[in-house]
Design a protein around this ligand. Structure first.
Ligand code: ADP
Ligand code: MG
Length: 465
């Protein structure tokens, strides 16, 4: 058996001499060997940019080093994670060569041994990684049921088709991939096809725009016949496509009658897909319709914490709450915001983001604040002095806490017009005389203490952003 880790490390050694060190670090050292197929070493690049760069500039060099060291190899190919699902849906298996990597990414093929199989589904889109809540419970459990017993032929209750619908970024594609991943692991013999409807449309258009239209349309339909599980993502794109709907109706019937599982996703229920042919609509409604709603606040918090755990980022409660409150209708946006905040913290060399960093990072996303309020001042002071809000508001009297507390009180009295009694309430029910005392103390300090002056200015600057 070939140890590709060993092979790649030998090749890298060779390359580290022939390629300049910065380029080596950026483009070569970041590649990961994935598998070998027919003498081709597949290397995973960390991004599309990296793949394109290495492909353009170093393919020949890498290939030469590999082939020279290991004569059983003939070539290298660079891929990215996202290549996998998109190629998977390329529907280009006309060659019938099941050992080809492109086909394996679309159809699960039992004959390939486990070392050669490349999973076509996005690995992190698993059932485990899909946080469950009231908003998606039905869809998730139906998906699990389908994955465990695809087609479920002969059973009294069948979820066929399973029609999952819900707004953008709520986990529909994630669920389809989770079904795929589960089947990949537990039913390697099943042929599973995941196709975005747009891809199917493109292929259909190609089939009808060629010379031998009828043959091609037949071939298009044939392709789906020996599939065990068909997952068609975003079927709302069937809207208005009369010809495709017609062909798909037949594909649907062929599979359904053969007891094969069909899973569909859409951003709306079948009855709201206009111009969907009636007979197709009634097929879509004939199985289980499962909706996914927008997640509630607790669920959004749970999702964020889960994502942070996966990325090994310490979860700061303030940041989690801030993000969860700002992004309430789309999990993809919520994730995007988290990524932005984490990157921003990295840029500032912080191990994990705090609330100031989060607000700064999302300045362009967040709805503009009309002005500063007392909670902004309190949280900014807390970040500045690195103390918790509960301590700032509480009774502890360490030097740092007393100082931070007085500064927060001073800033609130200085910047906002809130009654002293209310400020007292904000600070754990303190008497208004305590508030006056704190305010005056800082005011006096400001006259001759440069350190305090700097602290106040820093915090005001932070609040200004
Ligand atoms: P859709 O297909 O519905 O537009 P996706 O499946 O692409 O949405 O989901 C968008 C992102 O949100 C994905 O990264 C997905 O992992 C994430 N996501 C959605 N719902 C959840 C959830 N309940 N738990 C964890 N991640 C989720
Ligand atoms: Mg989707």
């Amino acid at each position: 058996m070939i140890d590709i880790g060993r092979v790649w490390s030998d090749v890298k050694n060779e390359l580290s001499i022939s390629i300049n060190s910065i380029a080596y670090m950026m483009w070569i050292d970041t590649l990961t060997p994935v598998c070998v197929k027919k003498g081709v070493l597949y290397l995973l690049a960390s991004s599309i940019t990296a793949r394109n760069a290495v492909n353009k500039n170093y393919k020949d060099t890498v290939k030469k080093a590999l082939v020279t060291l290991y004569s059983s190899f003939s070539d290298v190919e660079f891929i990215v994670e996202s290549d996998i699902p998109s190629r998977g849906s390329a529907l280009d298996d006309s060659s019938g060569d099941s050992d080809d990597i492109h086909d394996n990414q679309i159809v699960i093929n039992s004959s390939a041994d486990s070392e050669k199989r490349i999973c076509p589904f996005i690995e992190k889109y698993s059932f485990n990684n899909l946080i469950e809540g009231d908003n998606n419970k039905l869809a998730k459990h139906a998906a699990i049921a389908v994955a465990q017993k695809p087609g479920n032929a002969g059973e009294f209750i069948t979820f066929n088709p399973l029609f999952i619908y819900g707004g953008v970024g709520l986990g529909k594609t994630h669920l389809l991939h989770a079904i795929g991943n589960y089947l990949w692991q537990n039913f390697p013999e099943k042929k599973v096809l995941y196709v975005p409807t747009e891809k199917m449309t493109t292929e259909y258009i190609e089939s009808i725009s060629s010379d031998k239209t009828s043959t091609n349309v037949r071939a298009f339909r044939e392709k789906y016949r020996n599939i065990d599980v068909l997952m068609l993502d975003d079927v709302q794109f069937l809207e208005g496509k009369v010809g495709l709907q017609e062909v798909f109706f037949h594909i649907f019937n062929d599979l359904f009658q053969a007891g094969k599982q069909i899973v569909l996703s859409s951003d709306r229920p079948p009855k709201e897909i206009s111009t969907l042919e009636e007979r197709l609509r009634s097929r879509f409604e004939g199985g289980l319709l499962a909706d996914i709603l927008a997640p509630g606040l607790e669920m959004r918090i749970a999702i964020l914490k889960h994502k942070m755990l996966l990325q090994k980022i310490a979860a700061n409660e303030d940041v989690v709450h801030y993000l969860a409150e700002q992004f309430d209708s789309n999990v993809r946006e919520l994730e995007g915001a988290l990524t932005k905040v984490v990157l921003y913290a990295q840029l500032l060399n912080r191990a994990s983001p705090d609330i100031i960093i989060a607000k700064e990072a999302l300045k362009t996303n967040a709805p503009k604040k009309v002005g500063v309020d007392s909670s902004d001042i309190i949280s900014t002071v807390c970040s500045y002095f690195r103390v918790s809000e509960s301590d700032l508001i509480g009774k502890k009297k360490t030097k740092l806490l007393s100082e931070a507390r007085m500064i927060a009180i001073y800033l609130i009295t200085d910047m906002l017009s809130i009654p002293l009694v209310t400020i007292g309430q904000l600070f754990g029910g303190r008497d208004h005389t305590t508030i006056i005392h704190a305010r005056d103390k800082i005011q006096n300090k400001l006259k001759d203490n440069k350190e305090t002056e700097k602290q106040i200015n820093d915090i005001k600057n932070m609040l200004d952003r």
